[in-house]
Design a protein around this ligand. Structure first.
Ligand code: FES
Length: 142
């Protein structure tokens, strides 16, 4: 039911933990199940030098958190903002349909951390690929 990659990232998650002096921290809760993900980033010159996460959630949420942190490490903040839950799921060779909502947690936590970073830097947030007020309906369509 789960791909080998999902099982690997669930059993041996990468980047678990906290960054003590993180300059970007994001936390989100999954509206569908109440699970929570917190993400810490060390960003220098708009590049994500390090990223760690803590997820209180199911195996799919842990696997997607692990893969998503691997995918944004070393990327610029704008590249990381463009990461979608779809891309993370593809990198994991898919998720069962009933677990798709779990992958949204990682995408939103990364966005939340970067928003925190931009706020701290006094950078205005661009909303070119996001609505001003997220109703989360787009995730349901995905
Ligand atoms: Fe809550 Fe998967 S069931 S994140």
């Amino acid at each position: 039911m789960y791909s080998e990659k999902v099982m690997d990232h669930f059993s041996n998650p990468r980047n678990v933990g906290e960054i003590e002096n993180a300059n970007a921290v994001g936390q989100v809760g999954n509206a569908k199940c109440g699970d929570i993900m917190k993400i810490y980033m060390d960003i220098e010159d708009n590049v994500i030098k390090d990223v760690k996460f803590k997820t209180f959630g199911c195996g799919a949420a842990i696997a997607t958190s692990s893969m998503a942190t691997e995918m944004v490490k070393g990327k610029t903040v704008d590249e990381a903002l463009a990461l979608t839950n779809k891309a993370v799921m593809e990198a994991l060779d898919g998720l069962p349909p009933e677990k798709i909502h779990c992958s949204v947690l990682a995408e939103e936590a990364i966005q939340s951390a970067i928003e925190d970073y931009k706020k701290r830097q006094g950078i205005e947030l661009k909303s070119d690929n996001k609505c001003d007020f997220c109703c989360k309906k787009c995730h349901d369509i995905d």
